[in-house]
Design a protein around this ligand. Structure first.
Ligand code: FE2
Ligand code: FE2
Length: 189
């Protein structure tokens, strides 16, 4: 996507064969709502296991920010009449399970999960911010604000030993692949 034409309106940033603007906006709101919903579930799963450990306060803080992100996208779903993803029941279970299972592997594995998910979300929000023009400035500002917080979650997780988790490259690779698949599906289904 071109950063050379920041004055272009959202629809003007499309290439031939791309989605029309309405459909593109639907996908953006749907997938972000799904992602923030999933994030809330992941941190819930982590807290169910690690709620009494040294990491609890850190995770609690991230969980609160995710709840704020989710509330914003819930409001946008209503405001713009977007159909939420049909996969929400799946993300309820999968998100919680991902959080809980990695937490059961230890605090560092939980942090590896956070670092992997948040790095994918960071890239995802960056891509979205790039296609949104001045006609979508308020949404773009929201996405950029949330993106900064996701990056902060990523950095916190690295600082708390994510990369020292057992089988870190494998674990991280699997979770990133899963997150990308979840994004792809939630845009469409
Ligand atoms: Fe978030
Ligand atoms: Fe996050």
């Amino acid at each position: 996507m071109s950063q050379s034409a920041p004055e272009l309106e959202t629809a003007g940033r499309r290439l031939p064969g791309d989605l029309d603007k309405a459909e593109m906006m639907d996908r953006i709101i749907r997938v972000d709502h799904a992602g923030e919903f999933g994030a809330v579930q992941i941190y819930k799963g982590q807290l169910a296991v690690l709620g009494k450990t040294a990491s609890a306060q850190t995770i609690q803080h991230m969980a609160e920010q995710e709840r704020r992100h989710l509330e914003k996208f819930e409001a946008l779903v209503v405001e713009r009449g977007v159909r939420p993803t049909a996969l929400q029941p799946l993300w309820t279970v999968a998100g919680f399970a991902l959080g809980a299972v990695t937490a059961l592997m230890g605090e560092k594995a939980a942090m590896a999960c956070t670092a992997a998910v948040e790095s994918v979300i960071d890239q995802h929000y960056a891509k979205q911010a790039d296609v949104l023009g001045p006609d979508e400035a308020p949404l773009k500002a929201v996405i950029e604000e949330f993106r900064a917080e996701e990056a902060e979650h990523h950095d916190t997780a690295i600082a708390r030993g994510a990369e020292e988790a057992p089988a870190y490259p494998l674990l991280s690779g699997l979770i990133k692949a899963g997150s990308r698949a979840a994004i792809w599906l939630s845009e469409r289904v």
